[in-house]
Design a protein around this ligand. Structure first.
Ligand SMILES: Cc1cc2nc3c(=O)[nH]c(=O)nc-3n(C[C@H](O)[C@H](O)[C@H](O)COP(=O)(O)OP(=O)(O)OC[C@H]3O[C@@H](n4cnc5c(N)ncnc54)[C@H](O)[C@@H]3O)c2cc1C
Length: 399
């Protein structure tokens, strides 16, 4: 956004509570690599320049990449400057920080989508001897107590953490809810190549049938490992990970699971096949079928005939629970009444219609399917900076 505001000669400041690339420094586990290939971290005015476009960045490389980008943007970031309040004043806003107060005509909220871990209330009923942490607190297998681990959630974070823990010798039970199965490679190309080339990543928020659902979908079961291995449920089962259905309750120290595992896996397989059909159709329509490997379909997800409906954590040797159940944004410092009861901001493609001059970005499917990817923010920032410029223009001319 700063790059686009500078390109439009709009005077602005960028306020950051920590360091540049703060979330990548403080909220990610040690072995994490981006699940998007290097070529797919395009930011305004900046493409990939290295010699490994198909590789996946480590956290250190990701931090260095964002730091470098920040140094290319004309306005430098004011770090260690937490915003504690934003309120409407006259025809603009007052922004209070620990480094002083600003008055401005417009504010862009770019504080991230993944601030507060969404941990189910029943976590409070679990036996006190079981250690609990969320995906942003997890660092590595050595940091956990000895013994088995229950990982709750089978999106990208949960599946990656389950893969790492099981490989480290910990027996893992993976609690599986609704999930999005995706192969790393399809017909010899990376899945992100297909998402990008077929235009699916560019699908707009005003083109999808059910936007609320599209915005709440979990991430692809995907990892950016050098061997390009899958981390879908079949791969995890082959490693020895035990699959169970959604968490349904806790009674007398025993955890109960719903009987939905088989249905959820069938649904994920069905949706995966639909996605692959879309790729095949696009390849045929665009004359690239011969340039890629032949079409194929992955083996359906293997689920045992009667997955357990309950588990005594103590008897099963489970000492730790990792909650990989998603995150939500934190707007506790926003004193403008535009947040709904679930804590989500009401906006139309990032424009907060109820409060002129207020914009938000970095949220899932904000304006496009790719909005919550590094690769997606550039186009969103371009669009939103145009709205912001026209808002300032209208204020100047009094319209
Ligand atoms: C585990 C995980 C893995 C991911 N992997 C990938 C991937 O492989 N590829 C990809 O493209 N995307 C990935 N993402 C998504 C990625 O996080 C987003 O694409 C990207 O971080 C969005 O950037 P952002 O600047 O909008 O938000 P964030 O990175 O969350 O940055 C928000 C910033 O706002 C600051 N902030 C928050 N509140 C305040 C305040 N009150 N005052 C001042 N500053 C504040 C924070 O310190 C932070 O630096 C991943 C996300 C997670 C959680």
């Amino acid at each position: 956004m700063s790059w686009w505001l500078a390109a439009r000669s709009i005077d602005h400041v960028v306020l950051e509570r920590g360091e540049v690339a703060n979330t990548w420094r403080t909220e990610r586990w040690d072995s994490l690599t981006l699940l998007t290939p290097n070529w797919q971290s395009r930011l305004p005015g900046h493409g990939y320049e290295g010699d490994d476009p198909d590789g996946f960045r480590t956290m250190q490389e990701t931090i260095a990449f964002i730091e470098r980008y920040a140094s290319l943007v004309p306005v430098s970031v004011r770090t260690h400057c937490p915003v504690t309040s934003v309120r409407s004043i006259g025809d603009g806003y007052q922004v209070v920080t620990q480094q002083g107060t600003w008055r401005c005509k417009a504010v862009v909220l770019a504080t991230g989508a993944f601030n507060i871990a969404q941990v189910p209330k029943l976590s409070a009923e679990l036996p006190s001897g079981i250690a609990q942490l969320n995906a942003a607190q997890y660092r590595n297998p050595e940091g956990l107590e000895a013994g088995g681990v229950m990982v709750v959630g089978a999106a990208a974070s949960g599946a990656q953490i389950a893969d790492e823990l099981q490989r480290s010798g910990r027996p893992v039970t993976l609690v599986v809810g609704e999930h999005v199965r995706a192969p790393r490679m399809y017909r010899g190309r990376d899945i992100q190549w297909w998402m990008d080339a077929s235009g699916l990543n560019d699908e707009r928020y005003d083109q999808v049938e059910n936007l609320r659902r599209a915005r709440s979908l979990s991430s692809f079961q995907l990892a950016g490992y050098a061997d390009r291995r899958n981390i879908d449920l079949n791969s995890l089962t082959s490693l020895g990970v035990k699959l169970v259905g959604r968490l349904a309750g806790v009674r007398e120290g025993k955890v109960q699971f719903s009987g939905s595992l088989r249905n959820l896996c069938e649904l994920a397989d069905l949706k995966l096949n639909r996605l692959l059909n879309t790729f095949d159709d696009w390849a045929a329509a665009n004359g690239v079928s011969d340039a890629v490997d032949p079409a194929h379909r992955p083996e359906p997800t293997r689920v045992e005939a009667s997955p357990p409906l309950g588990l005594d954590l103590g008897r099963a040797g489970i000492r730790t629970i990792v909650w990989a159940t998603g995150f939500r944004p934190d707007y506790s410092w926003l004193d403008v009444p535009v947040v709904d009861l679930k804590g989500n901001i009401r906006h139309d493609g990032g424009v907060v219609m109820e409060s002129p001059g207020l914009y938000v970005m970095g949220l899932p499917f904000l304006r496009r399917r790719k909005s919550s990817l590094i690769d997606g923010v550039g186009d969103d920032a371009r669009d939103l900076s145009a709205y912001l410029a026209s808002h300032l223009g209208a204020q100047c001319t009094g319209k």
